[in-house]
Ligand binder design. Structure first.
Ligand code: ARG
Length: 602
């Protein structure tokens, strides 16, 4: 470890206890011990609660050992080096071990955080990670489900990049299929000059509706539409061009949303990309022995066992391919061409049966071993309206994302004006604050909920500056920035102070200073948790709590001491200033993963 990474305190403690277990109970060395953050301050900083489970393991070996006895032995056999980290341990109840950290250790870790900056934990060698995200359907409006996929997918991508992986974000657009027959037919008829002039489609949704109406009511149109799908599939130039035009129109609308949400490097690689690979993919599955013919269709049973789970339909009786086929082709491409180690699919949970079947079939076909590759559906729940029903406009239509984001901007502007920010900030600063708040709040509301649950979309709640919201966190951050600014030290001076900090030069002893220091040192363990579970809400909780711990610190610990009568600065408490800086830096690192824009003034 060359200093590029931070080590989580949990990991350090776990290693001590594991070493102790191996020496005190060699017969249990196949077991792992667990260390967790304490649930209460009185229980110390961390806890090891493994004695109970270990006692059960002893029983399996035919030995009766009380958990308390095991706890005592674990503590007694802790390696010598642990005394530099652990101040003391207590055994509570049936065998809980409470661990108190040594202040000198906390201080030396804090010093490393201050001098070297906020760094990710080491999670292993660089992996190639593909994130399948956003994935709206061409010529249809992007809906709130796609918004969730975009926000969650982007945050998980940012996390994977942060820990050092090589991330490819793929937009698996719904850009192929029979509906394009009707769309291109309508385009060709409505704008016959489409080959030379850009057709002025201003509203694609309306265009989709018109086409659908004709498709449903006009037999002749329907027939042409079917013929045109075949022409499109054969990539006949004129029809292909018409299709490209429709895609292009959609991209314009999608890109506006990605720009608002600051989603970068998203590669468009929709279903159409995999069309030429479908036939070959099905043949490969034939060779792998997982396909069979069922009433004229070609299907695959996920586990290879007939009747188990829901089968994939790979080829329809008319010879056409399906959504299943395109996902098998995509998975194959990602595994064998892109050589991905991880493939994460940010798609609503409604599609979990589909993805289970895709992954299971690929494993049965021998495409990958789940022990070696993480291929996972990162599912999420529905977005609900205030009425706890599926999010809709008042008139019952699906909510248009662009309008939703614009409403967010309008509301955040109103909110900032209520707080008189427009009189304090320059117009540029106000604009930055407005955008950071609006988009930050929408993202944070989504990310701070357990993703697998449904969540209620409410502008009022997400723009509340007192709760667990982006606006609260953004304010907390700007407050720290202004505290730092009050010292009248330049950025360079502060950087120099940080770079030269030593444990001896930081007289950190106030209980609230120590509490803040310990909290900041949780950063690597929080990142490890999110990385393992892909549950970004843990990071949101951490940042929210950090803002609270910081407030408590600042209530009691002044950074700048001023002369009561003249108001002049008489003393700057450097160690507290550096604690403020470290807090701001940790927050900023968190914002970066969540995709929030940290602003200095708000
Ligand atoms: N376009 C699909 C939809 O809107 C989502 C695609 C998700 N990704 C995938 N590989 N199937 O429902």
């Amino acid at each position: 470890n060359s200093g590029k990474n931070m080590t989580s305190l949990i990991k350090i403690l776990k290693n001590f206890f594991q070493e102790s277990l191996n020496s005190s109970y060699p017969q249990l060395s196949h077991c792992t011990v667990d260390v967790t953050p304490s649930t209460k301050i009185t229980f110390g900083d961390y806890q090891c609660n493994s004695a109970m489970a270990l006692s059960g393991e002893m029983k399996k070996l035919g030995a009766k050992t009380a958990p308390r006895e095991i706890a005592q032995n674990l503590v007694a056999k802790l390696p010598l080096s642990s005394s530099e980290v652990i101040e003391k341990t207590e055994i509570a109840g049936p065998g809980f071990i409470n661990i108190h950290l040594k202040n000198s250790f906390v201080l030396s870790e804090l010093t490393a955080l201050i001098t070297k900056g906020v760094r990710p934990p080491y999670v292993g060698p660089t992996k190639r990670v593909i994130v399948d995200m956003s994935s709206p359907n061409i010529a249809k409006e992007m809906h709130v489900g796609h918004l969730r996929s975009t926000i969650i997918g982007d945050s998980i991508s940012r996390l994977c990049s942060y820990v050092g992986h090589d991330v490819l974000k793929l937009n698996h657009l719904g850009d192929w299929g029979t509906q394009f027959g009707m769309l291109i037919t309508h385009l060709i008829e409505k704008f016959p000059n489409y080959k030379t002039e850009m057709p002025p489609i201003s509203d694609l949704m309306e265009f989709y509706r018109e086409s659908k109406k004709r498709f449903d009511s006009d037999e002749e149109f329907k027939k042409t539409a079917y013929q045109n799908v075949v022409r499109l599939q054969a990539k006949e130039e004129d029809y292909y061009k018409a299709w490209l035009l429709i895609c292009h129109e959609s991209f314009k609308a999608f890109n506006k949303i990605y720009k608002y949400l600051d989603v970068q490097n998203l590669v468009n690689r929709g279903e159409s990309f995999y069309q030429d690979l479908m036939k070959d993919t099905v043949e490969m599955l034939d060779r792998n022995g997982v396909t069979e013919i069922d009433e004229g269709r070609k299907i695959a049973w996920p586990t290879g066992e007939k009747g188990q789970g829901v089968p994939l339909t790979l080829v329809k009786s008319d010879g056409g391919f399906t959504y299943d086929t395109s996902d098998m082709a995509a998975l194959r491409h990602r595994l064998f061409e892109e050589k991905a180690d991880w493939i994460l699919y940010c798609v609503d949970q409604g599609q979990s049966t589909h993805f289970d079947a895709i992954y299971q079939t690929a494993q049965t076909a021998g495409w990958y071993d789940p022990k070696e590759k993480r291929v996972e559906h990162v599912g999420f729940g529905l977005v609900l309206g205030d009425d706890k029903k599926k999010f809709k406009t008042r008139s019952g239509d699906t909510v248009r994302l662009q309008e939703l984001l614009d409403e967010g901007l309008m509301r955040s502007e109103k909110k900032l004006k209520e707080n008189n920010r427009d009189s304090v900030l320059t117009p540029e600063e106000f604009k930055a604050a407005k955008e950071a708040t609006a988009f930050g709040c929408i993202k944070y509301a989504d990310l701070s909920h357990v993703r697998t649950h449904d969540y209620v979309f409410s502008f009022d709640r997400m723009l509340d500056d007192k709760g667990n919201t982006a606006i609260y966190l953004l304010y907390a951050y700007t407050r720290i920035r202004s505290i730092v600014k009050n010292t009248n030290l330049s950025k360079e001076e502060i950087e120099k102070l940080a770079a030269n900090a030593t444990a001896e030069s930081l007289p950190i002893d106030h209980p609230r200073e120590i509490r803040l220091a310990k909290f900041l040192l949780k950063w690597p363990e929080v990142i490890e948790t999110v990385y393992k579970t892909l549950m970004v809400n843990s990071l949101c909780e951490f940042l929210y709590e950090l803002a609270g711990v910081f407030t408590e610190f600042y209530e009691k610990c002044y950074v700048v001491e001023k002369d009561r009568t003249t108001g002049e600065i008489v003393k700057v408490n450097t160690h507290r200033l550096l604690l403020c800086e470290a807090t701001a830096n940790v927050m900023r690192a968190g914002f970066d993963i969540l995709g929030l824009q940290a602003i200095d003034k708000m």
